[in-house]
Write a protein that binds this ligand. Structure first.
Ligand code: ZN
Length: 366
């Protein structure tokens, strides 16, 4: 299960815009409660109402920012199934990220462009906000536009930081990718982002702004994820599940006793065992579940009692790229592989990268 998969478990679907499902993560309620409480302490009921209203306004700006990315992506024919709103910001999910630098640049810049466009609309009417009052709880409703301008300015500028996973990081990668290989461009953009974020984090710690330090910590982590994701999809490109399927696997009938599996495992490299019924995998006995069964002295139980029965299967012709953004992102480690309805082997997710390196005659990962 990928990042989006994990996050979606706790997400609430709101409504659709331009065919894109808007979802809000349950932890957003925590943010609402925190801001509401903090503002209550400062200005009572008026403060709390303002706190809720302010979160709502930021929420709208974030959605508009994400729509900037999404509509530009859709213009290039990329499907955008959903926009997920987390307390740390919004995230538009794209079906694919274009490897054409021009397009990636356009999609990335479109988000902050929306924030600056909003400022451009508000500014002539309301003028520059007075700091630091614009950041506090307003006394009058007429102060709200100033807060909006300040919010969009912060959002736009912050996202332009040339650091993955910020939009500026993607813009930097796109620029680098016009001169060098995509993976290398990603690496440079990720590393420079990490250096900037480390500096920002250090400033945050030194000045006691710990939430800023945490935010920069997230950026360092996000940059690494982005680089690893690109590295992996480069490695897997052009191969199918069938290419990496292993022909040797351990299998037993579902009615075989636990002790038989235990005996089998002691003669082989430890691995999960398939339960086969008429050539079809009906369950997978993981090492953990087998060990638990043995520990509880259930030697004579049939293996079917201790098997995982909810597991994904793969088709040999599926590309590894597709599998790796789908089934392979789950916690399952061994996948039965079928071709024309016949079991042809297993895909061992734990050793996938090593197997691919062997096939590609690449050295082991340093
Ligand atoms: Zn953005």
């Amino acid at each position: 299960m990928g990042f989006f998969g994990k996050m979606r478990r706790w997400s609430i679907a709101l409504f659709r815009v331009f065919g894109i499902q808007l979802e809000v993560h349950a932890t957003f309620a925590l943010l609402l409660a925190y801001v509401g409480y903090a503002c209550w302490l400062e200005a009572g009921l008026r403060g709390m109402l303002w706190g809720f209203g302010f979160v709502g306004l930021v929420f709208v700006c974030v959605v508009l920012h994400e729509l900037g990315h999404s509509l530009t992506a859709m213009h290039y024919g990329i499907r955008v199934p959903r926009i997920l709103l987390l307390p740390i910001g919004g995230m538009a999910q794209f079906d694919s990220i274009p490897r054409q630098p021009g397009r990636e640049f356009a999609i990335a810049i479109a988000g902050p462009a929306v924030n600056f466009l909003l400022i451009a609309v508000l500014l002539p009417v309301f003028g520059w906000p007075h700091y630091p009052e614009a950041l506090g709880i307003p006394e009058r409703l007429s102060e709200i536009p100033a807060t909006l301008i300040a919010t969009n300015l912060a959002m736009g500028v912050f996202n332009l930081l040339p650091a993955f996973p910020m939009d500026g990081g993607r813009m930097l990668r796109a620029l680098l990718a016009t001169k060098r290989d995509y993976l290398e461009a990603t690496k440079w953009a990720a590393r420079s982002g990490q250096v900037i974020a480390a500096l920002g984090g250090a400033v945050g710690l030194a000045t006691g702004q710990y939430s800023l330090a945490v935010l920069f910590g997230f950026i360092i982590y996000g940059a690494e994820m982005e680089y690893q994701f690109t590295r992996r999809s480069d490695l897997l490109a052009g191969l199918t599940v069938g290419d990496v399927a292993r022909r040797d696997y351990l299998a037993l009938p579902p009615e075989a006793p636990v002790v038989a599996a235990w005996a089998l495992l002691r003669q082989a490299v430890p691995q999960d065992i398939l339960l086969l019924d008429h050539g079809r995998v009906v369950g997978i006995v993981t090492r953990d579940r087998l060990a638990a069964a043995v520990r509880h002295r259930r030697d004579d139980d049939s293996l079917a009692l201790h098997a995982e029965t909810h597991f994904a299967e793969l088709q040999a012709e599926t590309t590894l790229a597709d599998a790796s953004t789908g089934s392979l992102r789950s916690l399952q480690t061994l996948f039965p592989v079928y071709a024309s309805g016949q079991l042809v082997g297993v895909l061992d997710a734990l050793h996938l990268e090593e197997t691919v390196r062997l096939i590609r005659r690449l050295p082991r990962e340093a």
